[in-house]
Design a protein around this ligand. Sequence first.
Ligand code: ITT
Length: 797
Amino acid sequence: MHNRPFVRFLILAGICWLAITPFFYCGSPSGHDFEFHLNSWMDVFAQWQQGVLYPRWAALAHWGYGEARFLFYPPASWTLGAALGAVLPWKIVPGAYCWIVLSAAGASMYALAREWLEPSHALFAAAFYAVNPYHLLIVYWRSAYAELLAAILVPLSLLCLVRLRHGGIRPILWLSLTLAGAWLANAPAAVMIHYSVAGIAALMAIQERSARPLLKTALAILIGAGLAGFYLLPAIYEQPWVNIAALMSPGVRPQDNFLFTTLADVDHNHFNLLVSLVASSEIALLAVAVWFARKVRNTERNRSAWTLLASWGAATAFVMLPISHLLWEHLPKFRFVQLPFRWLLCLNAPLAVLLAMATDRSPARSAARTWTARAIVYVLLLAVLLVAGNRIQPPWWDQSADIQEMADAVSDGTGYEGTDEYAPAGADPYELKKDLPQVSDEKGSLANVRIVEWGATQKHFDVRADSTETLTLRLFNYPAWRVTVNGNPTPTQTSEVTGLMIIPVTAGEDDVRISFARTPDRMAGEIVSLLTLGVFGVFWIRSRSASARLSGVRLSGTRLPGDRLSDTRLSKTRSESTTRATFMTPHTILVATSNAGKLRDFAGAALAHGITIASLPNFASLPPVVEDGATFEANARKKAEQYSRAAPGELVLADDSGLEIDALDGAPGVHSARYAAPELQNKEPHAADSNTDDEANNARVLRELAGLPPEKRTARFVCVLAAARDGQTLATFRGTAEGIILEEPRGQNGFGYDPLFYFQQIDKTFAEMSAEEKAKYSHRGAAFRSFLEWQRNRERG
Ligand code: ITT
């Protein structure tokens, strides 16, 4: 199939669709946070319709008294929910939201798993992760839609961390984006992701015996927080303005929610037992998966992956248990996660990859058995959730009519129940009267009020007062409200206990306007975000030009034709090994060569594909390979295999190339680099100690062809490229380019025999070609394209 990754995504989306089919039969599962989220989405959509693009004040919370919900609750989930509400009927929005988010979570896991696994196994990891029991528990029992959204970022954060090893600034920038995304999705999940990232970076630092992973991660954390500054800064600064302490009320504190914790509250105990059973079955499975995935530790790269995944999984399991209470008490902001079982969100990422690794088919095992084993494991896990769920705490359901009722309450301004924690500090929402008019005098009523506008963030009314008096508004007072009476800024008062806004007015006609202003902390947050975005952009652009500098060439970005070229014969030999673990097409490809000209050629060929070529680290200090093979392929393999051992786990390319002149029976051939050895070293080329000068090599060729007419000077460049990992050749690729040897050199570019090699098609020698042209017409460019095609096919499976 042409676009296999797309098909895989469809399969994944299909599996997630199956996971939400109960929505079609039973209605929307109305878990713990269902109303909170749905009301938020509806409120936000209503504000969009009023032109408030980034709401901060939830105007309809507490039956219209409002609360500062959107200042504190991260924007990603309510933006997505409201956007879906803009295009779909509200009754299907929760299902659509869950389907989209589960599918995206699966896709991000697929990207992570492809670091180590073949596509079909990565697909298993992705499917398992997307519809893992904890995600289903969130969907059907908790309706914790923002936490679910963060599930997309959990695998991505590990992926970005692993990619830090590729070097350069780009992976740091990607990691910072993921971390910013975490802040904007869900604060407790962001805390878990940051702790996970820091812990994994520390492990990587130990593995690499270098502080670099830690420093890079710290930089990414800083940039990520800066990017999310527009949300983070006000959310931190304005905490004293609301009853944020209500977040830690009994029942929702960490100590009340370790696995198998019981309180006096029966409902709490039922749910805790359910989640504890799910968690313990997943922890047990994790232990089994860690054990059986040991077999993948056959290369340093896989060993490192196994260690990171197993440690991450073990740490997440540990912090769900009461024994970890000291960590919850002392680690900064750790308590913010609130519910220890939330760590299942992270646990499922290593579990999915390790499970796929553990059940990855050994040669002795048939594919059918592998997949049957996987299906059985998943069904058993699911059975724990379904049986325990139905016996201990069945989900609650809302029907279309219930959701319609909520939508009506928002559209007619009735509003909805608010939260304790986002109500302004000191206000007691339980003391509010549902029937209070929007504006009332001290006696509780006022006839002479004309409401001009009563929007979410702008309110305007005229009042005719008989004497100086105070008006009480059906609105919680909050430091962001600004009031003018007859155009004059007017300080407000706050009613005791109820926390309502009180405005003094004078006798006569009063024009009162109230608006929710951008406070200095919000402005500061926006400036921080913009500045960080600027720094981000500069780093991003500079990292692009740095890769161009590394390649030593500047290409216009024209796409190279992947097709066979008329004058450049491209043939390919393959020797696929059975090695399983593969990389996605990496952004940086390691090339082992001592020849700077070759490196430039590769960089030129790679640039148009957005890939960077890097020389094998410490190449100069590696022992040279004795190129004694009889063919280009034998030498290429030998180089790739030997050099790849110096970069464990990495894919390493090496080529052997040369010029075959027909009139010389294919000489200099594999001896191209040392053709002048008889004159310079008094040795035959195959016995030479080192390469000989390009000029001397060219001179010998010209001497040997002296007097031959052009039609007898036909020749070809040949390049055989070998791709190897850990001392094993995975495949070889052959590219050739046909030309004629001139009688004298022409052109200043290139290296080796380039000035003598005339390429008819564009009437230039290889030394007259630009880097772009050489990439397009040369033997090396052809072999490299063939390698990329192979790489892409491997990705597609
Ligand atoms: P490594 O083995 O370290 O990669 P090398 O220069 O020794 O570098 P080879 O053994 O493959 O590489 O020798 C290839 C020689 O063939 C090279 O030194 C040139 O003389 C010639 N050659 C290969 N490709 C060429 C090209 O694109 N243009 C000009 N000459 C080329």
